[in-house]
Design a protein around this ligand. Structure first.
Ligand SMILES: [Zn+2]
Length: 164
């Protein structure tokens, strides 16, 4: 039976620390390039670096953000939507979490505040478009990333061959 509440959602590290998101409300997955400071392991079910931006993209975004004190502006400055990709291991993890999200709520957690631009929103788009998973609507638009989804779909069907 599919529960109505089962869905892929997003949350922030601050949601975790203040208990707005917790392991009773859903399966908590931290998806970040590096493990966040001050987050006790009991607060999360999994930490994954596989679905986060590669180090080069992460570092260039971080330095643009610091230089201009502009979280969201740094996304366009470094052409994030055109550069963000998911590793082969990341696709396998995302598919696994999408399967889980059909049975229970799964939270994708990153440092970014909910409402800010974040790679986890692009993961929500991939979950909806590629794995037909009930996923929360992103709070921002990612038009350039959206254009790349058909290409991802083609390369995924080669990587993860499934019988009909
Ligand atoms: Zn983020």
């Amino acid at each position: 039976m599919q529960l109505l509440a089962a869905v892929l959602r997003q949350g922030s590290v601050s949601d975790l620390i203040t208990d707005r998101v917790n392991r009773e409300k859903g399966y908590v997955v931290i998806t970040m390039r590096r493990y966040p400071r001050f987050v006790r392991r009991e607060l999360r079910d999994e930490y994954l670096s596989t679905m986060s931006p590669d180090s080069k993209l992460h570092e260039s975004w971080l330095s643009a953000k610091r230089r201009h004190h502009d979280h969201n502006g740094a996304f366009s400055r470094v052409h994030y939507e055109n550069r963000f990709t998911v590793s082969p291991e990341g696709w396998a993890d995302l598919e696994r979490l999408c399967r889980l999200a059909k049975r229970k709520t799964v939270y994708l957690v990153c440092q970014c505040r909910v409402g800010d631009r974040c790679h986890r929103e692009m993961l929500l788009m991939l979950a909806r478009e590629i794995f037909n998973t009930p996923a929360e609507e992103p709070k921002n638009d990612y038009p350039d990333f959206k254009k790349r989804i058909p290409g991802f779909r083609r390369s995924i069907s080669r990587q993860l061959p499934r019988s009909a």
